[in-house]
Design a protein around this ligand. Structure first.
Ligand SMILES: [Zn+2]
Length: 156
């Protein structure tokens, strides 16, 4: 434990075991946190341990898109994408519904393991096989927007 040696040899699966964490989704209660203080920091700390997830960054094109549209519009897109591609109870192409490029939200989804219900279950403790609640959808949007804010802010 705490030994990072050989971390690069671990498989993607091993990195994504994600065992022994407090599910952020379990913390989703109206009024459980203020808008300024979502329970994202422990998730981002855990995320930083995954070399696979750390590989994702906004490209030049996506950065330009964020600059052009602004964060409010990007957030609207994120809500739409989550509602349509992630929230339904049944997703026939789950695991393949999120493209790898062309929209900052797609990149952010892969970077934050909000790309499919399988990853949401594994990383965020959100059970698949049922429709996501409004609170769970806004949680996912919050994680995505926080990642975009951080990655965009970290420079090209
Ligand atoms: Zn996934």
């Amino acid at each position: 434990m705490g030994n990072t040696e050989g971390a690069e040899n671990r498989s993607k699966d091993a990195e994504e075991e994600g065992g022994g964490f407090i599910s952020p989704v379990k913390l989703i209660q109206p009024g459980a946190w203020g808008l300024e203080e979502p329970p994202y920091s422990s998730f981002f700390a855990r995320l930083s341990q995954s070399a696979f997830r750390q590989n994702f960054h906004l490209g030049e094109k996506e950065r330009a898109y964020v600059a052009e549209k602004g964060m409010d519009t990007i957030r609207e897109h994120a809500c739409e994408i989550i509602r349509k591609r992630l929230a339904p109870q049944l997703i026939p192409n789950d695991g393949r519904q999120t493209p790898m490029r062309n929209h900052p939200v797609f990149i952010a989804q892969h970077a934050t393991a909000t790309c499919c219900r399988e990853c949401l279950q594994k990383w965020h403790g959100l059970p698949k096989g049922r429709e996501m609640t409004e609170a769970e959808q806004s949680y996912a949007v919050g994680v995505i927007m926080e990642w975009i804010r951080r990655d965009y802010g970290s420079g090209a």
